[in-house]
Design a binder for this molecule. Structure first.
Ligand SMILES: [Fe+2]
Length: 169
């Protein structure tokens, strides 16, 4: 609960600095469409994606080679792209979290009726489909598609890292 409240406050006060955009440009700058899509996200979602990328840089980059680092940094910046235009904002997201906590099965039935509930539950799949239309490595599409996968499955190392960094932010 405390973590959720902190997340809510963080999202309504989110800001992006010049250094943040430099990081985004470093990893998405040479792919115009990806950069455009990232910038279409609301600021609080951009903030979250940059936070996840920065956590990976700080805590996990030592275990990764350059190619893996580039892959996971792109995936981190794009992992919540499926939330684009789904009516998710700090308030509707909080509603979705509460519905999910009360009764996940019933809440999941709302995906056909409420766009933001669809975004909340299905944004990994939606994001992966958006990225399929872009010139993106299969590995990135895989990471985006599975970033909320239930615990207990066989994750690859990059997916583990992305999920852990997402959880920390
Ligand atoms: Fe997500």
């Amino acid at each position: 609960m405390t973590q959720r409240i902190t997340q809510f406050i963080k999202s309504i006060t989110a800001r992006i600095t010049k250094e943040d955009y430099e990081l985004m440009n470093k990893y998405l700058g040479d792919q115009k469409r990806l950069k455009e899509l990232f910038l279409l996200l609301p600021v609080f979602e951009q903030r979250h994606c940059i936070d996840v990328a920065q956590t990976i840089q700080k805590q996990f980059s030592e275990q990764l080679n350059e190619e893996q680092k580039h892959t996971i940094m792109q995936a981190a910046l794009l992992h919540d792209l499926g939330k684009l235009n789904m009516g998710l904002n700090p308030v509707t997201k909080s509603v979705a979290v509460i519905f999910d906590k009360i009764n996940r099965q019933s809440a999941m039935r709302l995906t056909g009726k409420m766009k933001f509930m669809n975004g909340y539950y299905n944004h990994p799949e939606i994001g992966a489909e958006i990225l399929k239309q872009c010139n993106v490595q299969e590995e990135i599409i895989y990471l985006v598609r599975h970033h909320h996968q239930d615990q207990g499955s066989n994750y690859n190392n990059l997916l583990n890292i992305l999920m852990e960094a997402d959880e920390l932010n």
